[in-house]
Design a protein around this ligand. Structure first.
Ligand SMILES: Cc1cc2nc3c(=O)[nH]c(=O)nc-3n(C[C@H](O)[C@H](O)[C@H](O)COP(=O)(O)OP(=O)(O)OC[C@H]3O[C@@H](n4cnc5c(N)ncnc54)[C@H](O)[C@@H]3O)c2cc1C
Length: 197
């Protein structure tokens, strides 16, 4: 299927026209970013942990030390929610209220599965490396048996997924156009990526 099916969990309530469910958009966001935030409940309390990830077709991999609470808890099959965010620009409006950010983000719901097949685990580690620095896998020593043992890899199937995208200029109120002295740098899209270079 070309699109993810909307579910009660992934139906956007605010500004639903910004919602995207086509796989092309979702995958392009996931493939550009390499940090996600993993939300789960541990000992009855919500926790959100930043971590790296890589996509392989219709699944995401996360990995880390076998001693990590996040990986240990998630491998028990509990519910997990992952988010991925790309910031494309700051949106400067004439009013404080209409300031915004151009962004592309993805929210994923599911459960994680332990990857215990060595071949698949090594492939996931290759994908992590290549995702961040393409070509790097061929330049480094690959994980040895001991390193493989100390590393946990989890897979999350991409089934329940939404993307949300904001683009374009600010939405100024009509009366703010005529107000004297408002916003010398107003009504512009400010490309935060090039500004930081
Ligand atoms: C950009 C980035 C990429 C990362 N990539 C990976 C990865 O690929 N694999 C991996 O295993 N880990 C990664 N980490 C580290 C990850 O965020 C956790 O710190 C790590 O998984 C250790 O988990 P734990 O089970 O020891 O922590 P927990 O026992 O789950 O954490 C206990 C407490 O420590 C604090 N804590 C833990 N991590 C952080 C943090 N990052 N920032 C602030 N407070 C924290 C929190 O208060 C948390 O409740 C990454 C972190 C960042 C910021």
């Amino acid at each position: 299927m070309e699109t993810f099916e909307k579910t009660p969990l992934t139906t956007l309530k605010r500004l639903p026209d910004r919602g995207r469910f086509d796989r092309k958009t979702v995958y392009s966001i996931l493939d550009e970013a390499f940090i996600c935030h993993v939300g789960f409940v541990a000992d009855g309390k919500p926790v959100v942990i930043p971590t790296g990830f890589a996509r392989d077709g219709e699944r995401l991999y996360i990995h880390g030390s076998a001693a990590s609470r996040m990986l240990r808890d998630l491998s028990g099959g509990i519910d997990v929610c992952l988010t991925v965010t790309l910031v494309d620009g700051l949106v400067l409006a004439r009013s404080a209220f209409h300031h915004s950010i151009n962004y592309r983000s993805v929210v994923i719901f599911g459960k994680a599965e332990l990857v215990d097949d060595d071949r698949q685990k090594m492939e996931a580690l290759r994908l992590f490396t290549e995702h961040v620095i393409p070509g790097r896998w061929e330049e480094v020593r690959w994980p040895n048996e001991q390193e493989m043992k100390g590393t946990t890899v989890l897979a999350i199937e991409l089934n329940e997924v939404s993307a949300k995208v904001r683009t374009g200029p600010p939405k100024d109120d009509e009366e703010d156009f005529s107000a004297a002295g408002l916003g010398r740098r107003a009504s512009t899209e400010y490309d935060s990526r090039s500004a930081r270079r």
